[in-house]
Design a protein around this ligand. Sequence first.
Ligand code: E4P
Length: 217
Amino acid sequence: MKFFADTADTDAIRELAATGLLDGVTTNPSLIKKAGRDIMDVTREICSIVDGPVSAEVVATDHDEMMREAEVLRKLGDNIAIKVPLTIDGLKTCKKLTGDGTMVNVTLCFSANQALLAAKAGASFISPFVGRHDDVGYPGIELIADIRLIYDNYDFDTEILVASVRNPIHIHDSAKLGADVMTAPPEVIWRMFDHPLTDKGLAAFLKDWEATGQTIG
Ligand code: E4P
């Protein structure tokens, strides 16, 4: 499973990239607002930090303008994936861009049928939102299971990129279901390292080691 950071905070991306475990980054207009930086500057910088796909989202709602924005955004790096919303114009744009060899991430997916449409439009990634489903009382993870089943039925190449990840349980469940990618806020990825028994076990080993009076090397 690939790990993407869902943020436009370049310090946080650098910190995660230093682990060697970061495969890409996703941004959206809200994350750009949160970063408080110019979209062109911050996206260019992110592309220079990670080698893997960096999703940059168009904000136009009609196909022609989406294509124009995509032209601008894809010049920011060789690893740009253009993010388009799951609308008719978004999927028209997806079909055109992937036909030209550009990576496309179709976002704001809330149903398996929408994911089917995105795969037929040649999407590189489909982003089903798990957390926002949970927020309205529907178990979002069920969407991942449905999309996995449908994509496998027809051997679609579109990668399932689990989005709106709010906690390590979302990641655990997505991995069990065979999702290809997950994107999570850096703080959620860091929480995956934590286990109280690891801390307790390490403290005990270090205490016993100190008592031996030995050193290694
Ligand atoms: C990712 O591509 C999405 O934009 C993001 O995961 C949405 O997450 P949120 O529901 O926490 O805003």
